[in-house]
Design a protein around this ligand. Structure first.
Ligand code: SAM
Length: 486
């Protein structure tokens, strides 16, 4: 904890020393998609987002949206509760720093292990230094978030109302290796993905205004932009580490980030200090935006092309409801270009569609299918790792032929969480989970430094009217799992 505080201190120092981190009216005047923004806070049909006093502001509800200054770019932060969202990413940064600190501590302990060979000790020393360095690298990339400068009054107001949240699965370092795939490895994967898109585009050469949803570290958007010279491209994502990496690389700024390959090939491939940069240098007319791609905050028909790379199977909502949202953002005649896997993770199997069902859903939601292709590409294979996989990607080009009705906004949280006075509905999963956690809590709570497993088993047997053997076995299993997890 103490070191996490030190790390944040380092962040503040870096922040103070970053002269270019101030808002310059030139950065903000050049956001060509500003007129297309809808307000996610009030959803008022007449709302516009305008620049006032170096901030973006909704003309209807007056919600202020921060701008993150990253080099020459001003990146809008357009969420329903912008300050709360910023706070959530701050918490994620803290979580990342905390884990890094634990890893450093474990490596420090390992350095004392007398059984280590010279080669082993060298590896541990290198890893330790690389983990330390990683903190500085990540904090530096995140400087444009300006985490130290939050308006505390506004923040307190948002904390009282929990209307939206960042999905739990989206951590700061989720997709960390995508940064290297995009800007460092140069192993042909990016070209293969661009080829997959090229193959479905066929004769279409004019892409107009492009929006990429879930752009990540940005390479596919950059390659498409480079090849097709659209009017402009907007890269949208929720993850600051990924989008700032994209923004730095595409502006022609090199940055260094430590890679920790998943399956290192040999003693020299446990860490790599990767220099990340864009192969073709700076690209003009590329813009960035932090927003929730599940409810893209745009006025109807704002874009001519929408790209969704590796997105459709990781979204939390039913794809059936998501397709009309993409439709709404596209102009009639506009193109939807999708590529990636169809490995849906939903617990509800009804939402885990086959490729044929995806095509049916598109046709039912105002799209004409122009091309569908499958091809096998290499995926996330670091040159330093024995690990990597081949993916058969599903790529389509669908043309919007008509408008359709858009379902109500996607809500991450049910009403009974947003309105604390509402009754919480009883659900089957909660009952199972609660009995599982309750027993674990009771077993852990019964540990007093004196009792044995048998004695705790007897307590459990009495309470739940079980055979002692059965209860002792259950206690033993719970504690074995607990030891394994910790
Ligand atoms: C599987 S990754 C693909 C990244 C990138 N398209 C690529 O091919 O490397 C999914 C991306 O979607 C982003 N993402 C997830 N949920 C999102 C949301 N609700 N709104 C916007 N982006 C989101 C993640 O941050 C991540 O960059």
């Amino acid at each position: 904890m103490h070191s996490t505080v030190n790390n944040l201190f380092l962040y503040n120092q870096l922040n103070d020393s970053q002269a270019s981190n101030s808002i310059d009216s030139e950065n903000t005047q050049t956001l060509p998609f500003l007129d297309s923004l809808a307000c996610p806070a009030c959803n008022h049909s007449k709302a516009s987002i305008t620049i006032q006093a170096e901030k973006l502001r909704c003309t209807q509800c007056e919600t202020e949206f921060p701008l993150c200054i990253c080099g020459e770019q001003a990146i809008p932060w357009i969420f329903e509760q912008p300050n709360l969202n910023l706070l959530e990413w701050k918490a994620r940064l803290n979580g990342f720093l905390h884990i890094n600190q634990l890893e450093q501590q474990r490596l420090k302990d390992a350095q004392k292990d007398k059984r280590l060979s010279k080669t082993g000790l060298k590896r541990i020393n290198k890893l330790f230094n690389a983990k330390k360095q990683q903190v500085e690298q990540v904090l530096e990339l995140l400087l444009p978030l300006n985490l130290v400068d939050q308006d505390s009054e506004q923040l307190n107001n948002s904390i009282n109302e929990l209307l939206s949240k960042v999905p739990k699965v989206q951590g700061l370092d989720s997709y960390y290796n995508n940064i290297f795939r995009d800007w460092a490895w140069d192993n042909g994967e990016n070209q293969q993905l661009l080829d997959a898109i090229d193959n479905v585009l066929e004769d279409l050469k004019q892409l107009g205004k492009i929006l990429t949803i879930g752009a990540g570290a940005g390479r596919l958007s950059y390659d498409i932009h480079q090849k097709y010279s659209p009017s402009y491209s907007v890269l949208l994502d929720i993850n600051p580490l990924l989008l700032f990496s994209a923004c730095q690389a595409i502006q022609g700024n090199e940055f260094t980030l430590n890679e920790f390959p998943i399956a290192p090939l040999n003693k020299d491939s446990f860490i790599a200090e990767q220099i990340c940069c864009a192969p073709e240098g700076v690209q003009q007319n590329i813009y960035y935006m932090f927003a929730d791609g599940m409810n893209p905050p745009f006025k109807a028909k704002s874009f001519d092309t929408i790209v969704t790379p590796w997105l459709l199977d990781i979204i939390p909502q039913n794809l059936k409801d998501y397709i009309p949202r993409i439709n709404a953002c596209l102009a009639i005649g506009g193109s939807w270009l999708n590529t990636g896997s169809l490995a849906f993770f939903h617990k509800n199997q009804a939402w885990c569609y086959s490729e044929e069902e995806v095509i049916e859903l598109l046709e039912k939601s105002g799209f004409e299918i122009l091309s569908v292709k499958r091809c096998t590409i290499q995926y996330m294979h670091s040159p330093l790792s024995a690990h990597g996989r081949m993916e058969n990607v599903f790529t389509f080009h669908a043309k919007k032929i008509k408008d359709v009705v858009v379902p109500r906004k996607y809500e991450y949280l049910p009403d009974w969480i947003k309105i604390p006075s509402k009754a919480i509905p009883k659900q089957y999963e909660q009952e199972i989970d609660s009995s599982k956690h309750l027993l674990q809590a009771q077993v852990l709570g019964a540990i007093d430094g004196v009792r044995s497993i048998e004695q705790i088993g007897e307590l459990v047997a009495k309470q739940y009217n079980l055979q002692t053997d059965e209860a002792t076995h259950a206690v033993r299993r719970i504690l074995a799992d607990y030891c394994e997890e910790n």
